[in-house]
Design a protein around this ligand. Structure first.
Ligand code: SF4
Length: 396
């Protein structure tokens, strides 16, 4: 199954769809939409010695020359992932959620971690997982639902490609939860890694730095992108910081200006607390890499996990260090990662609540915050993998 997945989701597959479009009758063509992650942009910027904004614009030119119709920034869909995560945490902290949804809340945007959680400790971990969809999968909803309606197309007439820093995002895109039975199409049809974009550039004989820039496309009238954006709080999406700031304000009326991390075992396991008169009000942590994840799981198993919220990522150092990112033959991994981190943080950051277009979409597309529509399109569920006598079987 994994071989099928890799061939279905590769840069060769994207090329096939683009080639088929060139020879098809106009009514038979598929609209090709490409959503680029901020992490991939930073990795390519390092390789081509560009700033991230130029990288995003030159990539847009490249994809459009190849035949793509629209190029979006995944930072836009991340606004919804962050807002939904914030609200979910406050609800669960106040005990307003289903009683089976326990604290700590564990982030779920990393498919490497989700795969591990479902396969190894499903019963223990699933109740803790945040149900908010990852930025990739919110983009899937935006493109195949909202944007398809705007374009007056059925979702299967759109071929949606994401550019991501890791291979596990291919697994995430192919989960049955993100497949429409009605339209026989996935929310994200094809995931290509940063490295595969580099291969495409090489195969086309294109030097990214030499292309003219083209502005990014915007998904809705007031959310027109033009320039790439990002969020505060590290290269894996900033979940901890956004949820922490929001919860401090919403639950305790505290306005947090700066989030201070305290290293625990190593730089990939750190914690953040909100305290008042010696009392810990909020206790958050980040756990990156499997060594730290296993440590976290042990704490949960023993009933000794002190955290309210944990940002969990499978890769040491997080998504900027994902397995699909570019390596530099002449630069040490650590040095390259620091350079990519610098480039990543050069982009203008936005507060999700204030991003043009986000509130409009909550109103027009989702019929309000907390609506049934928002639940269906911005959240998901997880499934324990049961050990069957003949081996592993997945219960969806
Ligand atoms: Fe992918 Fe690694 Fe990020 Fe997880 S932490 S989403 S495996 S790049």
């Amino acid at each position: 199954a994994e071989t099928v997945l890799i061939t279905q989701q590769s840069h060769e597959e994207l090329r096939k769809v683009l080639d088929a479009n060139k020879t098809s009758a106009p009514g038979q063509q598929r609209l090709v939409v490409i959503s680029v992650s901020p992490q991939s942009r930073a990795s390519l910027a390092a390789r081509f010695q560009l700033n991230p904004t130029d990288t995003a614009r030159k990539l847009t030119t490249f994809f459009k020359k190849l035949g793509a119709h629209y190029v979006f920034d995944t930072a836009f869909s991340r606004n919804f992932s962050l807002l939904e995560s914030q609200r979910e945490f406050v609800r669960r902290f106040r005990g307003q959620a289903d009683s089976k949804q326990a604290l700590p809340v564990l982030t779920s945007a990393c498919p490497g971690w989700i795969c591990y959680a479902e396969k190894t400790h499903g019963t223990l971990l699933i109740p803790h997982l945040s149900t908010a969809r990852s930025p990739q999968q919110v983009m899937g909803s935006l493109v195949k639902d909202f944007f398809a309606q705007q374009q007056r197309l059925t979702p299967d007439k759109i071929y949606h490609v994401t550019v991501m820093p890791c291979y596990d995002k291919k697994l995430e895109a192919s989960r049955p939860d993100f497949f429409s039975q009605e339209h026989q199409t996935r929310d994200v049809d094809c995931v290509i890694t940063t490295g595969e974009v580099f291969k495409l550039l090489q195969e086309e004989g294109v030097l990214l730095s030499e292309l003219e820039p083209t502005p990014l496309d915007g998904l809705c009238s007031s959310g027109s992108a033009q320039e790439p954006t990002s969020h505060q709080g590290g290269g894996s999406g900033g979940y901890l910081e956004h949820v922490f700031r929001h919860a401090a304000q919403e639950l305790f009326g505290v306005h947090v200006t700066e989030v201070t991390y305290r290293p625990l075992r190593n730089k990939d396991f750190q914690e953040v607390t909100l305290e008042r008169e010696g009392q810990v009000l909020l206790h958050f942590a980040m756990a990156y890499g499997f060594r730290n994840i296993q440590n976290l799981v042990q704490k949960l198993k023993r009933g000794r996990c002190p955290y309210h919220y944990v940002e969990v990522m499978a890769c040491p150092a997080g998504c900027l260090n994902g397995g699909g990112q570019l390596k530099a033959p002449d630069t040490a991994d650590k040095e390259l990662l620091q350079h990519v981190e610098r480039l990543y943080s050069m982009v203008r950051t936005e507060v999700p609540e204030d991003v043009p277009g986000v509130q409009e979409l909550y109103k027009r597309w989702l019929q309000g915050e907390g609506s049934e529509q928002a639940g269906r399109l911005l959240h998901t569920s997880y499934h324990a993998v049961e050990k069957a006598s003949s081996g592993l079987s997945i219960r969806w």
